[in-house]
Write a protein that binds this ligand. Structure first.
Ligand code: FES
Length: 103
């Protein structure tokens, strides 16, 4: 199992080329639009994620990152995130990722 969070400009540029795949709830979603957050991408694929602020403050969108790497393009969010948790409202995938969303 591999999980990490990176924050380099090169990581973000690499994301533009790779179009990472998101495995979640038995679906595979392709992250095609690098201007979208991960939350926007999931919503466009009809995958429901709870949210409130959509800006990294409240933590309502917290999901578990089972595998893969993400980036917070606007910097680290203020909301608390536990081990292996990410905030899809303000991150983007850098590699193929697997998510676990509590329902
Ligand atoms: S919706 Fe508030 S932190 Fe993501």
């Amino acid at each position: 199992m591999c999980m990490s969070i990176k924050n380099t400009t090169q990581d973000v540029k690499d994301t533009l080329k790779l179009q990472p795949k998101i495995s979640v709830q038995g679906k595979i979603v392709c992250y095609k639009n690098s201007k979208q957050t991960l939350l926007d991408c999931l919503e466009s694929a009809d995958i429901e994620v709870h949210y409130h602020c959509r800006d990294g403050f409240c933590g309502a969108c917290r999901v578990k990152l089972v595998e893969g790497e993400i980036n917070y393009p606007m910097g680290e969010p203020l909301a608390f995130v536990g081990e292996q948790e990410i905030l899809p409202c303000c991150c983007i995938p850098i590699t193929d990722i697997t998510l676990l969303i509590d329902e």
